[in-house]
Design a protein around this ligand. Structure first.
Ligand code: MSP
Length: 515
């Protein structure tokens, strides 16, 4: 079976990771885990973007070489993914010699087939944004605003990629492949941008100005500028043009990519225009699909280092645990839309959803099974009670809704379905009142059934939530007496099933705990 191939943007190593980076990686990880848990092979690729002017500049400021600086920041990203349980199969680093060789091979091919050319260009250049500016970028006063940083007039020769030659093909591809971009409103934005896009793409920088990059194989005075360097990672680390001994997967088995998970800021023009055209020019017939997510803002403002409002995911994971952070990041945003990051909301969700709803269900279920039955349960009776049948139906429907939502990348809706099951199971505890049944010997069979139903419901909830909170769900499953059973179905409790020890997985946060 072809693996589900999922990638994220590779994170720029000019600064340490922030909450936006963490969100994207967790989103991709949750989707990857869900596929794996449903039995589908997955190739999940993520990594870091190590070249470029900003890394060169940050390194200079820190008194380090760009290589040392990028290595340092790369280690921070890797440590964070480990802490957050981001379980990738492939790791991309753009300074990797295997990547460099494959990028150069593609550039050479484009050169040989006449798709790149050298030309002289003069104009205004933004040092911060590393791009030439046109009149489009001028503000109402006719000036280049502060967002462009220092703007200088330069004249230089560079290499250009014949983007315009492939533009009609791209417009047609977008029109005929409505699933090229998810969500569809982003596809419409892209179609509009393609209609406006004109001209070719500058793909080089003279080495005199930018030394920290991949050399053009046909003109050693230049390095290739960000696009070929960064975008190509999606194929080079999946084995494209790899040397036989490169230690990378078999590309033919993996391509095409089922989901490039990216933020809305890098759809137009990078992933929506340059990337498919680069692939087409290199000879690709089947194109990848793009999954475009929104942004986490802070008090309505963009999270950015320069605004000084960066939220540190590492500290949050230390404070609340990796799974509580993962849960919040998946629960409080709709994939494709923006959301506002708010630590108070994270705490509120922790206490309400995790400690109270799920945590209590598990704790009461295991405790009652031990108190009333020494931890050993009877399987479901042949003749089930009406309320047990109803909860089972609700559980099966929650599982169906969960998978349908995940298939459409709506992780928050998938979680909603799980918490409806949790709420119904907590309601079942109240309505069936096991503590009353335990006092009446004539109700022994009913108590057996109630305990069995509760263990089933809690197991199903934990199994469904597993991709979002893998280690907590494992702990819950162990307390319920299961190990490794993630099947999203009802009916796992056999006669003689033994539950484990009840230990709170999500201890309540007290209000006076510091934020
Ligand atoms: N290196 C380029 C991508 C090259 S991909 C071939 C880059 N790096 S980045 O570090 O600036 O951003 C990495 C990813 O994080 C992007 O998909 C970006 O959209 C995402 N996010 C950055 N800030 C974000 C938020 N505040 N919220 C959500 N995602 C955000 O772009």
């Amino acid at each position: 079976m072809k693996p589900f191939f999922i990638t994220t943007a590779i994170d720029y190593t000019n600064a340490p990771p922030h909450i936006g980076h963490a969100y994207e990686k967790v989103l991709a990880d949750v989707i990857a885990r869900w596929h794996r848990e449903r039995g589908r092979p997955v190739f999940f690729l993520t990594g870091v973007d190590q070249h470029g002017q900003k890394v060169q500049q940050s390194a200079e400021k820190a008194g380090m070489t760009p290589a040392e600086f990028a290595k340092d920041v790369t280690a921070k990203f890797k440590a964070l993914w480990k802490k957050l349980g981001v379980d990738y199969d492939g790791w991309a680093e753009t300074t990797d010699p295997r990547h460099i060789a494959a990028v150069q091979a593609v550039l050479q091919q484009l050169h040989d087939q006449g798709d790149v050319y050298k030309a002289r260009h003069s104009g205004y250049y933004s040092v911060r944004q590393e791009q030439f500016l046109t009149d489009k970028e001028r503000n109402d006063q006719g000036e280049f605003g502060p967002e462009w940083g220092e703007v200088v007039f330069i004249e230089e020769e560079n290499w250009y990629f014949r983007l315009s030659k492939y533009r009609p093909w791209l417009a047609e591809h977008i029109a005929s492949h409505p699933d090229f971009v998810f969500p569809s409103f982003r596809g419409s934005e892209l179609a509009n941008a393609v209609a406006k896009e004109a001209g070719d793409l500058c793909i080089s920088r003279p080495k005199s100005r930018l030394g920290w990059g991949i050399e053009l194989p046909f003109d050693r005075d230049f390095v290739t500028y960000v696009w070929f360097d960064a975008l190509m990672n999606y194929v080079t680390f999946a084995g494209y043009r790899a040397a036989a001994n490169a230690g990378l997967p078999d590309f033919e088995r993996i391509w095409p990519c089922d989901a490039h998970v990216i933020g809305k800021d890098i759809l137009v023009p990078a992933h929506g225009i340059y990337w498919p055209i680069m692939l087409k020019a290199a000879g690709f017939e089947v194109m990848p699909k793009l999954l475009v997510h929104g942004w986490w803002n802070l008090g309505g403002a963009k999270v950015s280092k320069s605004a000084g409002n960066v939220v540190d995911p590492d500290a949050l994971a230390d404070r609340y645990g990796c799974d509580a952070l993962r849960y919040y990041l998946m629960r409080d945003i709709a994939t494709g839309q923006d959301a506002d990051f708010n630590e108070q909301r994270l705490r509120a969700r922790y206490n309400a959803d995790l400690a109270n709803d799920l945590g209590n269900l598990v704790n009461r279920t295991v405790s009652m099974a031990r108190r009333y039955r020494d931890g050993v349960l009877a399987g479901a009776p042949a003749d089930k009670s009406e309320d047990a049948v109803a909860l089972e139906a609700l559980g099966s429907e929650a599982a169906r809704r969960f998978d349908a939502a995940m298939d459409g990348y709506q992780v928050h809706s998938a979680l909603e379905a799980v918490w409806e099951l949790v709420a119904a199971a907590n309601g079942f505890v109240e309505s069936s009142a096991p503590w009353k049944l335990a006092k009446d010997p004539s109700q022994a069979a009913r108590l057996d059934e109630v305990l069995c139903v509760l263990v089933e419901a809690a197991r199903l909830a934990a199994a469904l939530a597993h991709p979002v909170m893998p280690s907590s769900a494992d702990r819950i499953l162990a307390q319920l007496g299961f190990s490794g059973n993630l099947a999203p179905v009802w009916g796992a409790v056999a006669d003689g099933h033994r539950v484990g020890e009840p230990t709170p997985v999500f201890p309540r946060l007290e209000d006076d705990q510091a934020v």
